[in-house]
Design a protein around this ligand. Structure first.
Ligand SMILES: Nc1ncnc2c1ncn2[C@@H]1O[C@H](COP(=O)(O)OP(=O)(O)OP(=O)(O)O)[C@@H](O)[C@H]1O
Ligand SMILES: [Mg+2]
Length: 713
């Protein structure tokens, strides 16, 4: 069993592992003798046969078959076809990106006429990295630690894990790139008074900033917590090259009178030459860009022979460098931090080798804080290599046991405890907490598309035990729980992780309480358990990412507008009656609101404003059943009593009388207590049997409803 660390980059990938001969972690060379392998997969058609090319070979073939060459597949990992970033990728990448077959919402890639998931493509890259590593190390590679950007959501991490498993690897851990970099720089070692680390990672095509907090464990080792990451997914060293290519094209126009801007072969050569020039200008104050026979056109064959000074280059890329520094400043301000609060700045990614880049970072933070003593293109892999070597299994979470088990074990070999929540252990610790809240979409009063967090942001994981919240089912036999990750109160503005759904069998009544529990493993896998109170109906599932996403609320199915108008009329009359009957128990401001909503409803009916029918109906029902304190409860009590067994009716009516009497006596505490009692009587009435549901509850395609006692939260 050999474990390696893999930096699966957008542009380049690298592998590091423990080298037994030197007894140290080393970045491995691939079959070409290079320490970096381009993250590129292509198909070459030769003699009518397709051959899959990976790495350098694929990159060289790219100019001939750009549509059959997949670059930057990392940008598509775990993303839906409908994502904005996928639309951007489609504009910029020359191969075909398509939606999945059947209802699969994930982005797919067309290669050789076949649609493949980004994970499949990544697994081809991983497979090559593993084969090359095995050859270099002279032993079979079975396990890996793989790095991903800190901003990767669960779906993207899961796609990365899937790619590794396809390539036959046991994944020891998926870790954040900045954390791996911090390990590579030795910041986890005891000693030193480091507190806060900023990682400035400028790769080929992406720019990431992360701020890490260090937490000391009992042995004095630092463990890292990624506070937050920011950046620009479309800014990197490639943009510097493209700025030079623009300059070369201008030179060809001005000095040679030809326009090569549409010549693919020319652009490919120019980009390569530009990249070389960029590197030279780190050392030299001036360089010559020479491309013999760069352009073949009706004008003949034309060479490029152009001088470029460091000063010119610096001016050309200044706006890009400034942009990275602006993002750094914004990130710090967002945390109310100043440069003085940062103890170490790590330069990561090949882009930081560009002189104007590291000079700008040093000028801002002070040269003594900026660390670039490790090759920035290799340090992420190196850190992953350290962890691959030092993580040695998962620890049984039972406090009396703590046995280290194999990664693949499902239960502890000693005590049989489930290892779902087991934490990887080893001499290098890692402390992780959830960067964003995880929860579900629910209906709350008249509002739908409400995000209800179940695991709050910043929770250390693996969780010691699952977290649960209780909901109410709506009028449907279908129970549909869309799982989201994010920080917006509006569910659909967050990232949908997938959907858990099931049908209630006929023998179970609808309108029950439903408990939703989330568990979150060390591997960041969410397990959702949905159980129906008072029954043994329970379902445990990992959200399905290949199922259709929950449509945003606007696309609800059209209902006949005459029916909606009638419903609104009914609700309006009911609200009038409600005011008359429960007026004394309604606060003045609430009463004003109900009156205003009634007026609006009347106007909409008169004017035939069909677009407003549904919204206003829901508003009125929400007013009556949820927004008017005691009065709302009395109205709910009425409804719960309707058709209930005599005993329940009696109990509810007694409870109502007690609330009323406490209210008359002006005793607030007692009123609140009695009201609580009434609430639970109503809940009992609902869960005892299938009473007619609350009018504000509709069949929202099985989306759960936030119960009243949670309505404020
Ligand atoms: N000596 C150098 N001077 C300037 N730039 C360099 C140098 N060496 C490499 N680069 C640039 O570094 C970039 C590649 O960096 P790196 O390998 O870190 O990217 P990556 O990690 O694959 O990409 P990403 O971080 O976007 O996923 C390229 O733009 C390359 O031109
Ligand atoms: Mg990188």
């Amino acid at each position: 069993m050999k474990a390696i660390g893999i930096d699966l980059g957008t542009t380049n990938s690298a592998v590091a592992a423990h080298d037994p001969h030197r007894d140290d972690i080393a970045v491995l060379t691939n079959s070409k003798g290079d320490r970096l392998t381009p993250s590129v997969v292509g198909l070459a058609r030769r003699d009518g046969k397709d051959q899959t090319l990976v790495g350098e070979d694929a990159l060289r073939w790219a100019v001939r078959q750009p549509r059959e060459t997949v670059v930057s597949v990392k940008r598509l990992m775990g993303r839906d076809f409908a994502d904005r970033s996928v639309a951007q990728a489609r504009e910029r990448l020359s191969y075909e990106i398509v939606s999945g077959p059947d209802d699969d919402p994930r982005a797919h890639v067309l290669l050789g006429g076949r649609s493949r998931t980004p994970s499949e493509i990544s697994s081809v890259i991983l497979d090559k990295l593993v084969r090359d590593a095995a050859r270099t190390l002279g032993e079979q590679v079975t396990h890996a630690v793989i790095t991903v950007p800190a901003y990767f959501r669960d779906a993207q991490r899961a796609a990365t894990r899937e790619a590794a498993e396809r390539a036959g690897l046991v994944v020891k851990k998926i870790i954040d790139e900045p954390t791996a970099a911090a390990v590579a720089f030795g910041l986890h070692k005891p000693g030193g008074a480091r507190s806060r680390v900023l990682v400035y990672d400028l790769g080929g095509g992406t720019f990431d900033i992360s701020v890490l907090n260090t937490v000391k464990d009992a042995e004095g080792n630092s463990q890292f917590q990624v506070l937050r990451s920011a950046g620009d997914i479309w800014l990197g060293g490639d943009d510097f090259d493209l700025a030079i290519v623009e300059r070369i094209i201008a030179w060809m126009r001005d000095e040679r009178g030809v326009d090569p801007s549409r010549d693919k072969e020319f652009l490919f050569q120019a980009k390569k030459a530009a990249e070389a020039a960029k590197r030279e200008l780190n050392e030299l104050s001036e360089t010559y860009i020479v491309i013999p026979a760069a352009y073949h056109g009706p004008e003949g064959i034309v060479d490029v022979e152009m001088a470029l000074t460091r000063e010119e280059f610096q001016r050309m890329i200044a706006p890009l460098v400034t942009r990275t520094m602006d993002l750094v400043k914004e990130t710090l301000t967002g945390y109310e931090l100043t440069p003085d609060d940062i103890s170490d700045v790590l330069l990561v990614g090949g882009g930081t080798l560009t002189r104007p880049v590291y000079e700008a970072v040093e000028a801002y933070f002070g040269g003594d804080k900026v660390r670039r003593n490790i090759n920035p293109m290799e340090c992420v892999a190196y850190g992953a290599g350290v962890l691959a070597e030092t993580l040695n299994g998962v620890e049984c979470p039972a406090p009396q046991c703590l046995k280290a088990n194999e990664y693949t074990a499902e239960a502890c070999a000693d005590c049989g405890q489930s290892l779902v929540n087991a934490r990887p252990v080893g001499s290098t610790g890692l402390f992780e907490s959830t960067p964003m809240a995880m929860g579900i979409a629910a209906v709350k009063g008249a509002r739908r598309d409400v995000f209800v967090p179940i695991i709050p942001a910043g929770s250390p994981f693996p969780l010691p035990e699952p977290r649960t919240r209780t909901f109410h089912a709506t009028d449907s036999r279908l129970i549909r729980v869309p799982v989201y990750e994010g920080d917006s109160h509006v569910a659909s503005e967050n990232d949908e992780q997938g959907v858990v759904e099931f049908e209630l069998p006929q023998e179970i009544e609808i309108n029950r309480h439903v408990d939703v529990s989330f568990n979150y493993s060390a591997d960041r896998i969410i397990t959702v358990r949905v159980s129906v109170r008072g029954t043994d109906m329970a379902l445990e599932a990992t959200p399905r990412r290949d199922k259709p996403r929950t449509p945003p609320p606007e696309t609800e199915r059209e209902v006949d507008s005459a029916v909606l108008r009638e419903e609104l009329g009914l609700a309006e009359r009911e609200a009038q009656h409600f005011l008359k009957r429960y007026g004394p128990y309604i606060e003045h401001t609430q009463e004003l609101k109900v009156r205003r909503d009634i007026t609006q409803a009347q106007r909409a009916v008169e004017m035939g404003d069909s677009g407003e029918y549904q919204r206003l109906t829901e508003l009125l029902l929400d007013d009556m059943y949820h927004q008017c304190g005691l009065a709302s409860q009395f109205r709910q009590a009425e409804l719960a009593s309707d058709g209930a067994p005599l005993e329940t009716v009696k109990a509810i009516s007694e409870a109502v009388e007690q609330v009323k009497s406490a209210h008359r006596n002006g005793n607030r505490i007692q009123t609140a207590e009695q009201a609580k009692n009434l609430r639970s009587m109503i809940a009992v009435a609902y869960s005892e049997r299938a009473v007619p549901s609350l009018p504000s509850k509709r069949d929202y395609d099985g989306i759960l409803q936030v119960p009243d006692d949670m309505a404020g939260g």
